[in-house]
Design a binder for this molecule. Sequence first.
Ligand code: GLC
Ligand code: GLC
Length: 671
Amino acid sequence: MQPELAPGFPVGPLGIPETVRRRAAFALGRMRPALARYGRRRIAEEGLDKDLWDVFAARLDTHFPALYGHLLHLYAGRDDLSHHTGHLLRVALDSWLSRPAELRHRDAARDGVAWHTNPDIVAAVCYVDRFAGDLPGLTARIPYLERLGVGLLHLMPLFDVPPGQNDGGYAVSDYRVVRPDLGTIDDLRALASALHDAGIDLALDFVFNHTASDHRWAEELRAAAPESIEDEDRNPYLMFPDRTFPDRYDRSLREIFPETRSGSFSFDPGLDRWVWTTFNDFQWDLNYTNPDVFVRMSGEMLALANMGADVLRLDAVAFTWKQPGTSSESLPEVHDLVRAYNALVRIAAPAMVFLSEAIVHPDEVVSYIDPAECQLSYNPLQMALGWEALATRDTRLLRQSLSHRLDLPAGCAWLNYVRSHDDIGWTFDDDVDAAGLGINGVDHRAFLNRFYTGRFPGSFAQGLAFQENPGTGDARVAGTTASLAGLEKALSEEKPAEVDLAIGRILALYGIAFALPGMPLIYLGDELATLNDHGYRDDPDRAADSRWANRPRMAWDRLPLVDRAGTPEAKVSEGLARLVLVRRHPAFASPETIVHDVGDDAVLAFTRQTGEDAVLILANWTERTIVIPSGTVARLLKAPAAIDLLGGAPWSGTVGPVKLAPYQQRWLTVR
Ligand code: GLC
Ligand code: GLC
C-alpha cells in the first residue's frame, strides 16, 4: 500500500512567500541557460538518456523556490550567495546525471509517494562488522533478514575513520571511501541493490554536524598559511585563537560528553586553535555560516543517495547551527538547513527521505517532523517512557505523553524503538506531562538512572552509567534490551521465574514499538535476547564509552537455540515473529490511536483504528496478574466477541473479563 500524500509534500511552491518566489525565479532564470547547456552536453557526450535534463529541469522548477528561500534566510548577507547557488545546482545536476538507472526508477516510482509510511515496514539496525563481518558477509545474511520480516535496514556508519577512537564510525574521514575492513564502495552498491531486490530499503547516516579531525578539509587547513584560518567566513570549521569566544559560548551550552572533556571546545596544537567539538575532540563541528560548507556537504549527501540510500539518518541534527548566548541546539536556522537539504533531495534523488535523530525534548523532536523536513523521526519519548513504566510499574506518564504527542503531519511517521546503539536519556516533558502527575522530573531521572544501573534496591536491570556529570547530576544509561530488562541478572542468579519475567518485559517493550503508529525498529541481536558485552573494557579505544556494552557482536552460534523450545532465544524470537505478522492487520493502516484509562495504572491500553477495523491493545506493565472487568473491555471494544491476535482462545458469546498475566499483552479485535 502506498498512501498518496497530502498537498505540500514534498516541498512545493505552496507556503513560499511571493517575494521569495520572485527572487528565486529571477536567480534561476539567470543560472538556468548555462546549467541546461552543461547538462545537455554531458548527456550527449556520455550517451545518457535524453530525457534526463527535462526530468531534472521540471523538478528544479518545482523545488528551487524552497531551496533558494532557505538559502536566502541563512546567507542573505553574503554577496557570494549566487556564486554558491550556481555551484550547488551544478553539484545537484552532476549527481542526477550520475545516478544509477535502478535508483532513477525508484525516483520515478516514489516521488511524491509516502512509501515510508507503509505500515508493513519493519526496520532493523546493525553494525556491518558486528553483525556480519563485512559488506559481502552482510549480503550473504539477507535471507536471515527476510525471514525476520525486515523491510528497511539501517547500517551504522561504515565510511573511513581515523585509526583508534572514532565514536563508532561517527567521526568520518572520507564520505566516499568505505572503511577498508568492511569492503569497498562497489560492495556497498552491490549490497544496496541486493537489498532492493529482496524488497528491503537501505538507511545510511548523514553525519553532517562534524567530520573527523583528519578529514581532508582539516588537513588542508593544517597545510594552509596561518592567515587563511583567520577568515571565519571561509573556514569549514569553527575555530578560535584563544578562549574568549569558547568561554562565552560554553556558559550556555549543554555538555554532551562531560566524562570526556569539560565544555564544547578542544585545542588543536597543530593549528594553535580552539575548535568547536560538540562531541569528542576528534569530531570537528562544521561551520554552516559558510555557504561553501553547505555546498560541499550537499555533494557528500547526494553521493550517499547515489550509493543506494533510501533513508538518510540526519545524525546530531539539532547541533548544526550555533549562536552565542543560546544553547545552540535546534535553532531556527537548523530547520532552514534541513529544509534546504530536503529540497535538494527532491530535485536530485527524490526516492530518498530523511530520518531525524533528535533525542531531545518532545516539543523539539516534533519540530523536525514535516514532509518538507524530516519525513521520519525516532520516537525517543515512546522509547524512554516504555522503560520508565517498567521501572515504576506505572503507565501514567507514558499514557499522558502518548495521549497528546503521537500525531504527526500526513506523509510523516515515527520510528518506534526499544533501544539504539546509543545510551538511553530520559527525554520526557517536565512541565506539562510530569508535573501534571505530581512527578518531579529531576528526581525522577535520578531514580531512573539508579534503577537502570542496578543501584536501586530490588532493581532487575543491569545497565551501565553513561556520561555521568558530577556538576549537574545528569547521567544516561547504557545496556542491551535483555540486560536492562533483567535477563542478565536472572540468568546469573539462575532464577527461571525471573528469566520469564525478563522475557515478558522485552516483549512488552517491543509490543508497544510494534503496536504504536509508525515503523518499529529491531536492534539486530535483540531477537536472540543478547546480553551486555562487557569485553569493551579490554579495548583501550572503547573502554571509556559504556555504550559499547550495548553493541555486542551477533551471536550466530546461538541461533540454533531459537529452535529449542523454552530457551530465551526461542521465546523472544517467536514473540517478535508474531508481532511482525500481527501488525499487518488492517487496523494498523492509519495512524489513528486512542489511549485509554482502564482503572489500573499498571495497564497501558489503547486502540488502533482504521475505518471499521480496530485493535484494542491491553498491556500489563507489572509482574502481578491483572484482571480487567468484562464491562470495561466490552465498552472499549464496542463489540460482544473478540479474538486475541497474539494467541489464545477466542471468546464466543460475550467477552468475559480479560486476564493479563505478568507483562502479558493482548491485541483484541472483533475479527
Ligand atoms: C549521534 C549518534 C551517536 C554519536 C553522536 C555524534 O547521536 O547516534 O552515536 O556519538 O551522534 O556523532
Ligand atoms: C545525541 C543525543 C544524545 C545522545 C548522544 C550520543 O546527540 O542527543 O542524547 O546521548 O547523541 O550519546
